[in-house]
Design a protein around this ligand. Structure first.
Ligand SMILES: [Zn+2]
Length: 226
């Protein structure tokens, strides 16, 4: 086994040279520009590269990722990223992004023991437990993606409830929280429309988005039963 990862370092040199040839001055411009409009909170899954999916350059999207895109009220890592993004960088949008076929969500759904991460995934299991009866009514093949979407809604609501976002809204700073889901099978992002631009909007936006998700899956269930 290689111990130096020479292939990655070589490929980095090539990438830096190619980038500079294609866009002279790219790196000197990047140095001066950390003014992202967006904070992306997504899953750590290697198949969901945040910048690339939305075709943004480094410097245009601030990113935090963890297993199953969870926003926990006491997670100082995520909260610190949010605080820097909102207070210092003044991002205008916080986007919580889940994805179809998420391994973390699947493990949480099925009570699969994975190790230390089980404790982290308890947060997703809380979401599952809350909607257990509805999930049980779906076809087994639909349950993972349905829970991925419910998880996005719950985590986006959690993002709204952080002191970071609540304080920003209270002082009149414009910030909009969104919940999206990414389709691994087609490369497309879908807006789950839990869009909130003020503390008052959070509850109604969550309720609307939740019933839209449930209606869509119930519709698919009825279709497949025909
Ligand atoms: Zn995932």
């Amino acid at each position: 086994m290689t111990t130096e990862l020479k292939e990655l370092l070589d490929s980095n040199k090539q990438w830096a040279a190619d980038t500079e040839t294609r866009e002279p001055g790219f790196f000197s411009r990047l140095l001066k520009q950390q003014t992202p409009q967006y904070l992306w909170i997504g899953c750590a899954d290697s198949r969901v590269p945040a910048n690339e999916l939305v075709n943004l350059l480094p410097g245009e999207l601030f990113v935090h990722r963890n297993v199953a895109n969870v926003v926990v009220h006491s997670d100082l890592n995520c909260l610190s990223v949010m605080q820097f993004a909102v207070d210092a960088l003044k991002v205008k949008h916080v986007i919580v992004v889940g994805h179809s076929g998420c391994g973390g969500v699947k493990a949480a759904l099925n009570d699969t023991r994975t190790g230390l991460a089980d404790n982290w995934l308890r947060h997703v299991q809380d979401v599952r437990n809350h909607h257990q009866e509805w999930l049980d009514g779906l076809a087994p093949a639909q349950r993972v993606d349905a829970l991925c979407e419910l998880n996005v809604l719950e985590q986006a609501r959690n993002a709204c409830q952080t002191t970071v976002v609540q304080d920003a809204w209270a002082r009149g700073q414009e910030i909009v929280v969104h919940g999206w889901v990414y389709g691994l099978h087609n490369g497309l992002l879908e807006d789950l429309r839990i869009t909130a631009a003020s503390a008052e909007q959070v509850g109604p936006a969550f309720a609307r988005a939740l019933s839209a998700v449930k209606l869509r899956y119930d519709g698919q269930r009825l279709q497949s039963a025909d």
